[in-house]
Design a protein around this ligand. Sequence first.
Ligand code: IPT
Length: 998
Amino acid sequence: MIGQQLRALALGATMLAGSVALPAQAQIVRPDLQLGTEVQSFGRVSFDGRSLMIDGKREVIWSSEMHAFRLPSPDLWRDILQKMKASGFNSVALYFDWGFHSPKPGVYDFTGVRDIDRLLTMAEEEGLYVITRAGPYVNAELTRGGFPGYLVNQRSRARTDDPAYLASVDEWLTQINAIIARHQIDNGGSVILHQIENELALTTPSQRRYMDHLYAKARADGITVPIFHNDQGRNGYWVPEGSGVEKVVDGPNDMYAFDAYPGGTCTVGGEPTRGSAAPDWGYYGTGGARGGASASPNSPGFAAEFGGGWFDYWGSNGGYDCNAVQRGRRYQRVFYGTNLANGIGIQSFYMGYGGTSWGWLPAPVVFTSYDYGAAISEPREIRDKGQELKQLGGLIAAVTDMAGMVPAGPVEISTDQVQVYHNHSPESDARFMLVTQNPSNGDGDHSFTVTADLPDGRYTMPLRLNGFDAKWLVAGADIAGQRLVWSSSELQHGFTQDDAGIMLLYGRQAEDGRTLLRYTSAPTVTVVEGNVRHTFDAAKGDLQLDYTHRGLARVRIEGGGRPPLTLLIADEETGWQFWKDGDVLVRGPHLLRSAEMSGSRLALTGDTATASPLEVWAPRAARNVTWNGQRVRLQPGTAGSRVATTELAGPRDFALPELNNWRVAAGSPEIAPDFDDSAWQAIDRRAYASTTARPDGEPNMSMDAYGFHEGDVWYRGRFTGTPDAERIRLAYGAGGSGMVQVFLDGELIGQQDLPWGLPRPITTGTAEYDLPDAARTPGEHVISVMVRNNGHNWDLDADDFHKEARGLISASVEPRGGRSFAIPLEWKIQGRQGGEDIVDPVRGVPNNGGLFGERQGWHLPGFNDRAWQQQAAPASDLDPGTTWYRTKFDLAVPQGQDATLALQFGDPAVPRSAAQYRVLIFVNGWHMGQFIAHVGPQRTFPIPEGILNHRGNNTVALAVTSDGAPGNALEPVRLVTMRNVRGGLKVGQVAAPATLRD
Ligand code: IPT
């Protein structure tokens, strides 16, 4: 089993390798390249071999992924969507987690934090296209890869056409497809593409029938947009039928898509590597057995997931910041640009916002934070890499001819240290030139020239590439009413406002730049600000502008037979200060969320991180401008802008309360011999569906068989004392960094933590202990065992790996020196209250396991803890087992501010504590994460507003589990502010029961 998991992880590593060095002058290396010209239409969405089209218009689909289930505060979904939009994306990809919606066969919930209808409406309102990825299987570092708990009890093989499995799948698909169907673009929504399975690498006849079934089911349920599958790497699995390329297997899908995670790794210890050049998975590829220039010539290049970060493992030293760099600035230019040049015009980065694997969502490989090093961090801040994405997405939006470009032939480069991918639009001949190092993961500093036959003539362009980087250059294109002949600067924005053009170009700080624009006669050039030299070549009609990228230069160009132009030339980071929505350009604030014109009023909304200037380029009609609803006084600026007369206010600081009024109670009464377990289920010999081997003739001890799938589970076994009761031996399954605690008659006899070897999680273990003398005294004895299940495995390889057993697998009390015979034991089991009939459907499936305190509602805000013992600070020693701490506090985040607050444990500077203990963290009843002090690396747990009440009372309940050794006790716990801006959205408290009786 572990081997399989290793294989799965190694597979990720394989995809990180693989480098293809291009010849110095990149060109089509596949003369046989045949792109499908037939247009396949699915209502408003259509495609040919070159691009997707919406309403017949070619579009680059520029997307990133978010998981609403990893942000249990629906009002904040909009915050993420707005930040994605502001970062230049036109689409969002959404996985759905079947198990999150379904605690029990036939029981589904799509309300509250599970309201997918609301999510899709928001995406639509924010102007994002949606790619839906509905499972049934998604992987996604989720427990069971998104399968519901009850599926591990199904004996039929998952991800095949076994009827029992298909019956379950159809139940889910009927529900989710109906919601998606009504949000499709043809029905007034914005869903444009739909995925029916994820990385199904097995291609047996049974799997083919399964894929056919999923396709037919989607169509029967009213999904009309193109359907695809996400191939695990560009292998050519499930290429649409009739593609005519050599492949492993074809399938019913309309489009071929694949995922890939290249670009090196963040080694354990946190240093990025730059292992490989960006692969050519399209036009410039050298081919190979499957696919050549395209794995599917009749559908456009489509990366359904392209690594935009990576997840982090229990016990690492904290890899998210490293991943944000590793797959961050420069990597995005080089790798995403190479994809684009290769014709991959549909790209979705995984993740755009990772979020939080709260409660029992995580698979064994990951801990609570699913930050992923994504462009939007877990506390909802746009990282620098998001600023770079804004610039790249801005170019894609401005150059409408980008969609459907094909290779345009070689160019002359004065050095072989650099390569140029040179593409053009067959319709307009506009050019895209991607300039990278050769190979693209090089990092030299090269000044060189590129000579090319461009649409407006033959030109020699002086360029520089300094370090691991790429330039996205545009030439021969009509933008903003102008003719861009070529530019060594990159285009961030280009659009028309009223009857004039605005263009924002940028380049690396202090690097020289040149831009050529074409006119029919000499235009009037006014350099309003900065040092820009200009000459006009009357023979060609070329206006040449020369400058250095430093701060912001402003140029007005009038006449010359074209509408006027405001040309802004920035250094790269000055470009970050700009935000665009529609035809409004804003400079200054931390974020622009929206710019809405109605009549003479322009309503701007956004965030400030400090007091900020505001400069606006807005249509003339906008006479009254507001910022977050407040009137802004503007005066004329330079180059057509207007500038606020006073700065926009920044956020106010606010104090956080100390957490020092704790109430404490012992939480493992199950260890007491006289504990009443009469209501518990008896362990019996029911059918065993797990893939985990166990000794013959044993009862079925696995927790799932009794309806307990998430979190902690208790077992109590009774035996009669005998001189042979010398040892206890337990086999158990507990997921990543899971554990088992074993008690005899109320005393701890052992605790075992599963080792957290990196990056391979060990998910099962065997614990053996000598029993104390007490076990050999006559009369009844009770063994109490708590297993902490840190998640079921995923099913990445479609081998039922998710059915590895959890809880106890086998248990025996026996004489020392071998298993000659075992002492008879009667076992009982108790997990989550209600099992699959969950008692708190609002917080739902991931929220609770089976701790005594959870079964009693101690985690809930309305629980009355007055009888509990008071403690100002957590005690330095604990009894073995679980101890609960509760406290209440008030927050007063200033109105109109968006902060991300977090709970922090111990010393934030060290990834692992010397003290060994674990904490389940409940905030207002919501299980927001697990801290394992001695494993790490996460110590700071952001709690989204909506779960946390920013302007009112809150309850924190901590279930602290320790072996009772001196010092293995809760370290100081504090509230910290991770982020604080003025602005944000109104966030309502997520309604949820306050007690078990609500
Ligand atoms: C691929 C999965 O499709 C996705 O669900 C997620 O698990 C992602 O990778 C990793 O975060 S799996 C592939 C890398 C083998």
